[in-house]
Design a protein around this ligand. Structure first.
Ligand code: 13P
Ligand code: SF4
Length: 390
């Protein structure tokens, strides 16, 4: 068996927006060295019983995922959060945009807790509402605003989701981006899609799953006047891709795919659609974290995989499937540092605080934003199933 035997070095990726989010430093956070952390987490969960429901994204650390009542990709977790109206507290072991979506989809009395408020997402931070509003104005000036349907990846802040809800658009995840794009293109005659904030998921889905060409796609750069595009380029495009990306998945390279194939000819390359287009073009299979897990689970013993997604998940798959050979599609470590912010001391602190009757790090979306973001999320949840092309 080949495991991804790499040192546990958190990389400095993802912006730490803790100061911006008004994070208070929890004084009574247990030290990471506390040998009783596992027992304390177990005891706090038991004390809370059905009052708490713990959700864990697949990129979470092992020490945290062991306490999740359910694990999943962001699509599954959004559905799971909405399906637990009896839980008073939803403890979200994931990142900020996921906890916001859970708050939007849960009942008003339910409280969503993110154990560390610094668990953000650098991709979500690449699209700010004021920038998106400027882009929309430029599209109006180019005479195309009536044709444009905004679709945002789940990995975006609640106000971007609300913008999409208000302007006739929807949310999508990596599990259903093609179904969401089909829906969007069917909304208007001669429709165009503004896809936020991940240019790679947008391009990979439009070109590889929907049959659009690279020439149908343009990239809106929010840091340039008019997005760096002329009115004519906007008018000619079918897909207007926001210039955002995931700094974790952006590390995988086509060169490494080539060298792995030369080294291990039987290897199958399995990647997340947040990878760049040249990597996805060279892969055998592409899909969400849930798809990656199901693919490995269904594979026969002796299968050889090179997996291009976050390292906590790849390591867990390698440990769970010693009958297969699983290698990581990068030469160096590649954790999502913001996902990794949720560690056992923060989880224990959040759970023990709830036992004491104190709700710490509650994620609350304001009512107006929530109303419109829910419109966009509900449009996604009403789409016909997950991707039918995976
Ligand atoms: P999924 O779990 O939806 O595949 O997304 C991956 C991701 O990057 C979440 O932040
Ligand atoms: Fe964001 Fe990338 Fe981390 Fe996912 S893996 S939370 S997209 S930075």
């Amino acid at each position: 068996m080949t495991t991804v035997d790499l040192p546990l070095l958190p990389l400095g990726r993802g912006q730490d927006l803790s100061a911006e989010r008004g994070v208070e430093c929890p004084g009574d956070l247990p030290p990471a060295s506390d040998p009783d952390l596992v027992a304390r987490a177990r005891a706090a969960k038991e004390a809370l019983g059905d009052r708490v429901f713990v959700l864990g994204h697949h990129y979470q650390r092992d020490e945290v995922i062991q306490f999740a009542d359910v694990t999943g990709d962001s699509y599954k977790l959004a559905r799971d959060a909405a399906a637990r109206p009896e839980a008073e507290y939803i403890v979200f072991c994931g990142v900020h945009f996921m906890a916001e979506s859970a708050d939007i989809l849960t009942a008003p009395g339910q409280k969503v807790v993110l154990p560390d408020l610094a668990a953000g997402c650098s991709m979500a931070d690449m699209a700010r509402l004021a920038q998106v509003e400027d882009a929309w104005d430029a599209m109006a000036d180019a005479g195309i605003a009536d044709q444009v349907v905004p679709v945002t990846y789940m990995n975006s802040s609640a106000d971007i989701k609300a913008f999409c809800g208000k302007h006739g658009g929807a949310v999508c995840t990596s599990s259903n981006a093609d179904v969401a794009l089909e829906w969007a293109f069917a909304q208007k005659p001669d429709a165009k899609v503004l896809f936020l904030p991940d240019q790679h998921l947008g391009r990979n889905t439009a070109v590889l799953k929907m049959g659009y060409s690279l020439e149908d796609c343009v990239v809106w750069n929010p840091l340039k006047p008019n997005g760096g595009l002329s009115a004519e380029e906007l008018r000619d495009a079918k897909m207007i891709l926001w210039k955002g990306h995931c700094s974790v998945h952006g590390r995988f390279s086509a060169d490494v795919v080539d060298s792995l194939r030369a080294e291990i000819p039987e290897v199958k390359v399995l990647v997340h659609p947040e990878c760049t287009h040249d990597v996805v073009l060279k892969a055998d299979l592409v899909g969400s974290t849930e798809f990656i897990i199901k693919t490995v689970e269904a594979a026969p013993p002796g299968s050889v995989w090179a997996i291009g997604t976050e390292l906590n998940l790849v390591k867990r798959l390698a440990a769970a499937h010693p009958e297969q050979r699983i290698v990581f599609l990068d030469k160096t470590v590649c954790y999502c540092s913001t996902m990794n912010r949720i560690d056992l001391p923060h989880l224990v602190w959040a759970l023990e605080s709830l036992v004491e009757g104190t709700v710490v790090n509650q994620i609350e979306v304001d009512p107006e934003t929530e109303k419109w973001a829910k419109v966009a999320l509900d449009r996604m949840l009403a789409l016909p199933g997950k991707s039918h092309r995976d």
